[in-house]
Design a protein around this ligand. Structure first.
Ligand code: PMP
Length: 450
């Protein structure tokens, strides 16, 4: 009955939200890059539960580790010392550069960002935070303040502490903005907007300087940036932008926070962490999603100096660092390393980017193809001249067709106009070819109808 109701109303009873699809998908099983629905139909999963299943659904090695741990011990809290948690933290720390060696474990990305925000404020004694236009940092009341896209914010009246609509102490809109009105979400690297402005890194650094001059008092607490924007639609920064921005932020007393919730754990292919692709070392790194391959887990990593100022109160998190989560996360790290997952992300991702760029040259409605490794965005536009977003219903039709042909992808961007490809990082070149053929067919069909 409930299934019938969902089918009729297209509504997920868990969230009371309309599902992404007009004709909902009922998933009940997964293996590696594949998902099966209740009718036995198989889908190639190119969205990984929003960039979360890093090494593959029910990956045998990770599943086996989880089962072993489930039979041994589920829970301790951090009141007791459970050695495998410490072993995991040591292992995770070995993937991070000095001085990022102190780890706090959480259960989600929002929790991690909440904690990072608090740490930055306690350490610096400052309050103001800078985030980006088009950013996503979480759905908790605090992190909603950091998130820029209004679609994810609830209209809570002001006066309730840090409101989640527009935190008065959070400034954004630094980059990708006014110059590019016709194409708010776009590749800065290969800007093709009529003004051709985005290649000029100085414009964006100029915007940051303007923000300091006009909005932010002399000292700031933190600068939050996703190394590549995820929900925003795989939006990238101009070359050297983050390096220069980190310098300016630190000169003004702030700390630099890298939100690696989507970009971490080898997703960008060329590096294990997204920040490494920018040649910077953040003061605080937050992570979640891929850390647990779908098992709830998050972490904040910082320097001993910042951690010391955070030790003024007792930090407690009942489930953070749960033995099962740590065991799973440890198996995920081992899998990434021993199975060449990051290298695969680079190879298959580069292949996809190259082939998608050919489709971009073929179809008037593909405005941009961007990203790195297996974090890819395909921005859909009305036409290449205006670069206006393709209307939501049209994007939806293509999205639905792709699903009907057996491939699940994601959507993002300010207007929901960017397709997102962030699959389990075990996908193969054959899978990529299968998707490319399906995408081509869906685009062709849409152009014929239009
Ligand atoms: N940061 C980024 C970059 C994210 O993409 C997300 C989730 N989409 C979050 C933080 C929040 O993570 P969670 O949903 O686990 O709270």
């Amino acid at each position: 009955d409930q299934m019938m109701q969902i089918r009729q109303q297209n509504c997920n009873p868990m969230t009371m939200k309309v599902t992404s699809y007009k004709r909902p998908v009922f998933i009940h099983q997964g293996h590696m890059q594949w998902l099966w629905d209740v009718d036995g139909k198989r889908y190639l999963d190119l969205f990984a539960g929003v960039a979360t299943v890093s090494v593959g659904h029910c990956h045998p090695r990770v599943t086996e580790a989880a089962v072993r741990q489930l039979k041994k011990l589920w829970h301790t809290t951090n009141i007791y010392v459970y050695p495998p948690i410490h072993e995991y933290c040591e292992k995770l720390a070995s993937y991070l550069p000095d001085p990022l060696k102190v780890i706090y474990l959480t259960n989600s990305g929002s929790e991690a960002n909440d904690l990072a925000m608090l740490m930055a404020r306690l350490y610096t004694g400052n309050f103001d935070i800078i985030t980006f236009r088009n950013s996503y940092h979480g759905g908790s009341p605090q992190t909603m303040g950091l998130t820029s896209n209004a679609a994810y914010k609830y209209p809570v009246p002001s006066g309730l502490g840090c409101t989640n609509t527009m935190c008065p102490d959070v400034f954004r809109g630094i980059w990708g903005g006014s110059h590019c009105r016709d194409s708010p979400v776009q590749t800065i690297r290969e800007c093709s907007c009529p003004q051709g402005c985005c290649v000029a890194n100085e414009n964006y650094i100029g915007q940051l300087k303007d923000t300091f001059a006009t909005s932010v008092p002399s000292q700031i607490a933190a600068f939050f940036a996703e190394p590549i924007q995820g929900v925003g639609g795989a939006v990238q920064y101009p070359k050297n932008y983050l390096k220069e921005a980190y310098k300016l932020v630190r000169e003004r007393g702030g700390v630099c926070i890298a939100d690696e919730v989507q970009t971490g754990f080898g997703r960008t292919g060329s590096h294990f962490w997204g920040f490494q692709g920018h040649g910077v070392i953040p003061d605080i790194v937050t992570m979640a999603k891929g850390i647990g391959n779908g098992f709830p887990m998050g972490a904040v990593v910082t320097t001993p100096e910042i951690a010391a100022s955070f030790a003024k109160a007792v930090h407690f998190n009942t489930f953070g660092g749960n033995p099962v989560a740590c065991t799973v996360a440890s198996a995920v790290l081992d899998t990434i390393t021993t199975e060449g997952i990051q290298q695969n992300s680079l190879e298959v991702g580069t292949y996809l980017l190259t082939q998608l760029a050919k489709l971009r040259d073929t179809y008037e409605i593909i405005g941009d193809v961007r990203g790195k490794g297996l974090q890819i965005g395909v921005e859909m536009v009305k036409d290449k001249t205006s670069r206006e977003p393709l209307p939501v219903h049209a994007v939806g039709e293509i999205f639905e067709d792709i699903k009907d042909m057996g491939v699940l992808i994601g959507k993002g961007g300010l207007f929901g106009q960017t397709f997102r490809i962030q699959p389990p990082m075990c996908i193969t070149l054959e899978d990529a070819d299968f998707f490319l053929a399906v995408f081509n067919k869906a685009l062709f069909k849409y152009m014929e109808r239009r």
